[in-house]
Design a protein around this ligand. Structure first.
Ligand SMILES: [Zn+2]
Length: 168
């Protein structure tokens, strides 16, 4: 029997960082925030156990959030470093002279605020939002942003991307 995988399940940050060299490279580079903000911009989301609640903590620098990820990645089920004030484009990979968007795992969309691929779903109540939410709209499983408010990119190709480097 062939295991085709369960794509309704969200990929974990530890798998992304392990299996996707382009995402890993991008994630380990300190991002620049260009928009004005008054509160700590980085929000560390952690899910300690599979299917458990997501906890969040706001942090003033990416370095602090990154250090927390490094420390807890082997222990916690899933995590992300979310940016409150600014959306981010997916990583770009250069293949020869061509530039492409880094592909996403099947069934995932790019959450520009969570800065990673997540699985979007329909909600009546979203764990990260107070009260009832507008129904009939796909939301990021972690932060609750609506798919229709996110920019979309022409992402194609299988994940993870393997670029065959030609030898000179
Ligand atoms: Zn999100």
């Amino acid at each position: 029997m062939t295991d085709i995988g369960d794509y309704s399940e969200q990929i974990r940050l530890r798998t992304l960082l392990k299996d996707d060299e382009y995402y890993r490279k991008w994630f380990t580079k300190e991002p620049t925030i260009k928009v004005h903000h008054t509160k700590p911009p980085w929000r560390l989301f952690v899910q300690k156990e599979k299917g458990g609640p997501w906890y969040k903590k706001d942090l003033p620098t990416y370095a602090k959030a990154f250090a927390a990820v490094k420390l807890k990645l082997p222990e916690y089920w899933d995590m992300t470093i979310h940016c409150n004030p600014q959306p981010f484009k997916p990583p770009v990979v250069r293949i020869g002279k061509q530039k492409v968007w880094n592909p996403l795992p099947p069934g995932h969309l790019w959450c520009a605020y969570c800065r990673r691929p997540t699985v979007f779903k329909f909600y009546r109540r979203h764990p990260n939002m107070r009260g009832l939410v507008m129904e009939g709209e796909m939301r990021c499983q972690i932060c609750g942003v609506r798919d229709k408010f996110l920019p979309h990119y022409p992402i194609t190709g299988g994940w993870p991307l393997h670029v065959v480097r030609s030898t000179p």
